[in-house]
Design a protein around this ligand. Structure first.
Ligand code: ARG
Length: 474
C-alpha cells in the first residue's frame, strides 16, 4: 500500500489528509469547469461585503482585481489546478489569497455549501439556455426536411406494421412536437434553478449583515418584475438538488425522444425500408465488409440514452438516504449532471447536422404508401357515411380484405360486384377511394396527416421557429 503523505492543513487539524485521501475526495478533476461561475459568485459576494462594510474599499478592489486576473489566466489555460486543494472553490480562493492577503476575508459569511449550490445554479442556467437553442436548431432541421417532403407519402406504422399513409413531414413534425415539450420542461426547470442560495452559509445563514437581495440582483436572479429571487430556507438551500434532478429528468426524456427518432432513422436507412439516405459523412463503413454503410450516429444517439437515463437514476439514488443538510455525498451530483448536459447537447447538435445531410427516397416512400390495404379504414369510413354502423363497416371491409387475399388480388382490384356481394351499400364510388392523393386530401382534421393540415402545421412551425430565432439573437 502506498504510504499516506500528508498535505498541509491548519486550524483544528494537526495532520493533513494523505495523498490517497486527497485523491479519493478531490473534485477538482471535474468541478474545475465551474470556475467562471465560482469567480462570478465571488465578485458578487465581495461587492456585497464592501457595501455591508465588511471589506474596505481597498480590500474589495484588491480582491476583484485579483479575481479578474485569475479569471483571465484560467481562460487562457495558464492556471494550474491542484488536486490537494480539493475543489474549484478552494483552488481559486487559495490562489487569490496567495496574491492578495485580503482574499482571506472573501469567505466571510459564506460556506462552500452555499457556494457550490450557487455555482451549480449559475452553470445550469446557462446550460439550459444553450440546450434550448440547440433544440430549436434541431426542430428547424426537421421542419426544413419536412418542408421538402410535405407531400411525400409514406406508411405510418403501428406495431411496426404498415397502418395508414401519412406525409413524411407529418412523421417529422411528431418529433418537433415532442422536442417542444422538452424545451418547455427545461424552461420550467430553469425557473426553479433561477434562485439565489448565497447567504445560506453552511446551513444556518449568517449573523453578519449580508445583503442577499443585492447578490441576487447582481447575479440576475430576478423575476419578470426584476425582483430578486433568493432561497427562503437556509437548510433547504444547501441540501436541495431538486433543480439538478429536474434537469436530468427533462434531459432523460429528451434523450428518449432522440433515441426513438434514431430508431426510426436506423430502420429507414436499412435496405428493407430504404426510405432515406444519410450522407456518407454521417455514416461509417465496416472494417470487414466493404459494402457496409452504417448509421452509427443514430445508433450512438440511441445508445447514449441509456447513460442519460442512468444519470437520472444515479442522482435520485444519491439523494434518497441523505439526512439534512449538506453531506459530502452531494459532490457526486456533478459527474452525472455534467455527463447528461454534455451528452444531450452533443446529441441534439449532431442529429440536427445529420438530418441536414439526409435525403428522402421519394419514390420508395410513395410506393410503400401506395399499398391499397393502407386505405381499408377509408373504405369503412365510406360505408359509415352511407349509414352503416362502424362495427359492421369494419367487419365488411375485413371480409373484403379476406376475399381479395383469397382471390390473389389487391384490395382495389375487387370488382364492384364482389364488393356488393359482401355489403350492398358499396357503390360505384368505391374504386375512387383508392386514389392516394385524394385519400391524403381527405385527412384534414386538426393534427391529421392530410395535405392542407400538414401545410398549415409546417407554416405554424416555420413562423414559430423564425420568431424564436429572431428573439434569441443578441
Ligand atoms: N466539492 C464539494 C462539492 O462538490 C464542495 C462543497 C464542500 N463542502 C464541504 N463542507 N466539504 O460538494
Amino acid at each position: 500500500m502506498k504510504k499516506s503523505k500528508p498535505v498541509s492543513r491548519s486550524g483544528r487539524f494537526t495532520q493533513g489528509p494523505g495523498e490517497d485521501v486527497a485523491r479519493f475526495t478531490e473534485s477538482i478533476s471535474f468541478d474545475w469547469r465551474l470556475w467562471r461561475y465560482d469567480i462570478l459568485g465571488s465578485l458578487a459576494h465581495a461587492t456585497m461585503l464592501r457595501q455591508a462594510g465588511l471589506l474596505s474599499q481597498a480590500e474589495a478592489e484588491g480582491i476583484i482585481r485579483t479575481l479578474d486576473a485569475i479569471s483571465q489566466e484560467i481562460a487562457a489555460g495558464h492556471f494550474t489546478w491542484k488536486p490537494d486543494l480539493e475543489d474549484v472553490h478552494m483552488n481559486i480562493e487559495a490562489e487569490l489569497t496567495r496574491r492578495e492577503p485580503a482574499g482571506a476575508k472573501l469567505h466571510t459569511g459564506r460556506s462552500r455549501n452555499d457556494q457550490v449550490a450557487l455555482d451549480m445554479r449559475l452553470w445550469l442556467r446557462d446550460e439550459i439556455d444553450a440546450l434550448i437553442l440547440e433544440i430549436r436548431n434541431l426542430q428547424s432541421a426537421m421542419v426544413e426536411l419536412g418542408a421538402r417532403h410535405s407531400r411525400t407519402p409514406l406508411p405510418g406504422y403501428t406495431h411496426l406494421q404498415r397502418a395508414q399513409p401519412v406525409f413524411f413531414a407529418h412523421h417529422l413534425l411528431a418529433y418537433v412536437e415532442m422536442l417542444e415539450r422538452d424545451a418547455g420542461r427545461l424552461r420550467d426547470a430553469w425557473k426553479r434553478v433561477n434562485i439565489c442560495p448565497l447567504g445560506s452559509g453552511a446551513l444556518a445563514g449568517s449573523t453578519l449583515p449580508l445583503d442577499r437581495e443585492f447578490v441576487a440582483r447582481y447575479l440576475h436572479f430576478i423575476d419578470g418584475k426584476k425582483r430578486p429571487l433568493v432561497s427562503q430556507n437556509s437548510m433547504d438551500a444547501v441540501s436541495d438538488r431538486d433543480f439538478i434532478v429536474e434537469f436530468a429528468s427533462a434531459s432523460a426524456l429528451l434523450a428518449v425522444h432522440l433515441s426513438r427518432l434514431a430508431e426510426d432513422l436506423i430502420l429507414w436507412a436499412g435496405s428493407e425500408f430504404n426510405f432515406i439516405r444519410i450522407a456518407d459523412a454521417y455514416t461509417t463503413g465496416s472494417s470487414l465488409m466493404p459494402q457496409k454503410k452504417n448509421p452509427d450516429i443514430a445508433e450512438l444517439a440511441r445508445g447514449k440514452t441509456g447513460r442519460v437515463v442512468g444519470n437520472l437514476v444515479s442522482l435520485l439514488v444519491l439523494l434518497k438516504g441523505l439526512p439534512m443538510t449538506y453531506n459530502r455525498d452531494l459532490q457526486e451530483d456533478k459527474e452525472p449532471l455534467f455527463d447528461t448536459a454534455d451528452t444531450v447537447r452533443a446529441t441534439v447538435q449532431i442529429v440536427a447536422a445529420m438530418l441536414r445531410h439526409t435525403s428522402v427516397n421519394e419514390a420508395v416512400c410513395r410506393a410503400a404508401a401506395s399499398d391499397p390495404a393502407l386505405l381499408a379504414t377509408d373504405l369503412a369510413d365510406y360505408l359509415v357515411t352511407r349509414g352503416l354502423p362502424f362495427r359492421q363497416a369494419h367487419h365488411a371491409v375485413g371480409a373484403a380484405v379476406a376475399l381479395a387475399e383469397q382471390k390473389g388480388k389487391k384490395l382495389n382490384e375487387l370488382t364492384l360486384a364482389e364488393y356488393q356481394s359482401i355489403e350492398p351499400l358499396f357503390d360505384a364510388g368505391v374504386h375512387a377511394l383508392f386514389d392516394l392523393d385524394q385519400a391524403m386530401a381527405r385527412r384534414n382534421l386538426t393534427g391529421a396527416p392530410g395535405d392542407r393540415e400538414v401545410q398549415r402545421q409546417l407554416r405554424r412551425w416555420q413562423k414559430f421557429l423564425a420568431r424564436d430565432e429572431a428573439k434569441s439573437k443578441p
